[in-house]
Ligand binder design. Structure first.
Ligand code: NAP
Length: 425
């Protein structure tokens, strides 16, 4: 029997789940893997706080050195969250020769190069499956199973909070703010949901996933980020009528050395595989030159789904003979040979309020045409209000900058642009 002694940094939602899963799984671990995993110390902020798991009070500490300097502890499992002090604690643990397992997307996305260098210095492991999409094994899939592929693109619904909000807005026609407040009440959104609804949570995860998919460091700072805070029930209803579902998509595409990485609300056709991914579920749809299209779907958050990924990593780390690291040069900045494309091509959904007079449509078509943007579909929604009528256009594919220039040319005396949302096939 192999005895593995581990230390926790944090014991909140995820830490509590990991504690419970390790307890629940002891028999299988012993029988199946010949492993006995024991948690020796648990770092928290407040040792007197009540906890959802049965961690004994005497294991709790507020002094990280008790874990990092303990020679018996060989694996440090981090679920404190935030960039600091989590990153510095993990680097100290790695330098002390301990393998690190983390669920922390912010620390990995921003400091991956430093964490990996520290792990390689002392020949230990760095495992981060839970940092992206909870229970979905996307990191392992990209790191191992799909190594023989040139990944052309991946598109993901990788934030459960925004997917829950958008799914409810789509199903019930509710307003953004009402659904957000309900999501907070149900524990599906944080009291401060900014990182989720403004798209940053998805952008951290996209930085990690796209780096693995493209075998090159894709820094978080290169990801275009737009959240869902401006999305209206009206946009969603119009899209629905035209056969589209709105999702917050994380999109990464590679064409030679040209890379696009972006997170923004996106309309996709109702028959797209990602259109069926609703509520708090996550999914990643990707295309590789050999594997072709595939989609991974599952629970992207929650104590037990996330614990599933963390404990999987702990088991791997405990039995691995050699720890595997990504092979690309893991630096703070992107490789100079890569070009980050901000003039990507997309189709566009544009909703305007136009004065109800003859000749207005011709003017609008003219502003689009000046930038070579051609209209694929047009729809009038509702009736005239204050002398203006809502019109919706879906364009053919056009460069982003041409689209922005076309919209900038719209004369507010004739029509105002109420929303512009990108559309993917
Ligand atoms: N929640 C999810 O569904 C989920 C899913 C995937 C990944 N993650 C990631 O997992 C990590 C943890 O999330 P969570 O929801 O479990 O957070 P949480 O419930 O807020 O738990 C954080 C834990 O870390 C401790 N902690 C925080 N800062 C500390 C500090 N400076 N010193 C000592 N202890 C500190 C807290 O101590 P106290 O208990 O004493 O306050 C708490 O036990 C985050 O990186 C998150 O992004 C979460």
């Amino acid at each position: 029997m192999k005895d593995v002694v581990i230390g926790f940094l944090g014991c909140g939602n995820v830490g509590g789940g990991v504690w419970k899963l390790l307890e629940d799984f002891q028999k299988e671990l012993a029988h199946r893997d010949n492993l006995r995993i024991r948690v020796k110390k648990v770092l928290v902020r407040d040792v007197n706080k009540s906890r959802t798991c049965a961690v004994p009070r005497e294991l709790l500490t507020t002094d990280v050195s008790e874990i990092i300097n303990d020679p018996e502890i060989s694996i440090v499992v981090e679920f404190m969250g935030g960039e600091q002090p989590a990153t510095e604690y993990m680097i100290r643990a790695l330098r002390a020769g301990k393998t690190v397992v983390t669920a922390n997307k912010v620390a990995v996305a921003l400091n991956w190069h430093r964490l990996q260098a520290a792990a390689q210095e002392t020949n230990v492991g760095l495992y981060y499956e839970a940092s992206v999409c909870g229970a979905i094994p996307i990191i392992d899939t990209l790191n191992h199973s799909l190594q023989a592929n040139r990944i052309h693109y991946l598109m993901g619904i990788i934030n459960g909070t925004t997917n829950y909000i958008l799914s409810r807005m789509y199903d019930k026609g509710e307003d953004y703010n009402a659904v957000l407040e309900d999501a907070k009440r149900l524990g599906l959104a944080e009291p401060n949901p900014a990182s989720d609804v403004e798209g940053f949570d998805a952008a951290y995860k996209l930085s990690i996933m796209s780096s693995l998919a493209f075998h090159a460091r894709i820094p978080f700072s290169k990801v275009y980020v737009e959240g869902i805070t401006h999305v209206t029930a009206m946009d969603i209803a119009c899209g629905k009528e035209m056969g589209y579902v709105l999702k917050l998509l994380a999109i990464a595409k590679r064409d030679g050395d040209s890379i696009e990485v972006r997170v923004h609300p996106t309309f996709i056709p109702t028959e797209h595989p990602l259109a069926q991914v609703n509520g708090s579920f996550n999914a990643v749809y990707l295309h590789g030159h050999a594997c072709q299209e595939m989609m991974l779907q599952g629970r992207g958050a929650g104590d037990m789904p996330t614990a599933s990924a963390v404990v999987g990593d702990i088991i791997h780390a405990s039995i691995a003979d050699v720890h595997v690291h990504p092979t690309f040069a893991n630096k703070a900045d992107a490789d100079a040979t890569l070009a980050f494309e901000d003039n990507w091509r997309s189709r566009y959904f544009v909703r305007i309020s136009a004065v109800d007079k003859p000749g207005v449509l011709a003017k609008v078509a003219g502003w689009f045409a000046q930038e070579n943007v051609s209209i694929a579909t047009m729809m009038q929604k509702g009736s005239v209000e204050d002398g203006r009528v809502p019109l919706i256009f879906i364009t053919h594919e056009a460069p982003e900058k041409a689209m922005q220039a076309a919209l900038a040319a719209f004369d507010p005396a004739i029509c105002t642009v109420d929303s512009m949302i990108r559309v993917e096939k």
